[in-house]
Design a binder for this molecule. Structure first.
Ligand SMILES: Nc1ccn([C@@H]2O[C@H](COP(=O)(O)O)[C@@H](O)[C@H]2O)c(=O)n1
Ligand SMILES: C[C@@]1(CO)OP(=O)(O)OP(=O)(O)OC[C@H]1O
Length: 157
């Protein structure tokens, strides 16, 4: 068994869609990034790569590479799944937290978990997605950006 941790942050800006866990969420602003900036998926990718000892998302998908411009991060997650499977690992479970003052995310969390479970080929009850505000403190509290944390446990295939 191996454990991994992932953390990511993207700034909130006007003129971008807000995509979290592969769900497009109505909001006045979206996350800025080279890809679709899906901060939750990025944190999960990093947790998986970390657990497998495979570095991080930027090493596998450089933000200088035009092929990843505005890419759907779910495609990156599916590539990460193949990379860890190639090392003989499968995912036992994932826990994750999105840190966002706004918008309210509770009604979208089940669909995010479904997307992630589908991309990783694991059961829905192996994926947990939570959300928290920071009670208006810090960059997330000022709605300047959104962060996500993830931990993943890998087991032998
Ligand atoms: N953007 C968010 C943040 C949180 N929630 C839900 O609110 C509940 C409590 O949040 P705290 O900030 O007090 O920890 C919790 O159930 C979160 O899922 C949300 O829907 N959207
Ligand atoms: C995903 C990648 C690649 O498009 O770009 P960003 O969307 O900027 O995201 P980041 O969290 O900085 O992770 C690594 C990148 O290389």
């Amino acid at each position: 068994m191996r454990i991994g941790h992932g953390y990511d942050v993207h700034p909130l800006v006007a003129g971008r869609d807000l995509i979290l866990g592969g769900v497009k969420i109505p909001h006045g602003k979206g996350l800025h990034g080279h890809s679709d900036a899906d901060v939750l998926i990025h944190a999960i990718c990093d947790a998986c790569l970390g657990a497998a000892g495979l570095g991080d998302i930027g090493r596998h998908f450089p933000d200088t590479d035009p092929q990843y411009k505005n890419i759907d991060s779910r495609k990156l997650l599916r590539k990460v799944k193949e990379a860890i499977a190639g090392r003989g690992w499968k995912i036992a479970n994932i826990d994750s937290t999105i840190v966002a003052q706004a918008p309210r995310l509770a009604t979208h969390l089940p669909q995010m978990a479904q997307n992630i479970a589908a991309d990783l080929g694991i059961s829905l009850d192996s994926v947990n997605v939570k959300a928290t505000t920071t009670e208006k403190l810090g960059f997330a509290g000022r709605e300047e950006g959104i962060a996500a944390h993830a931990v993943v446990l890998l087991e032998n295939r």
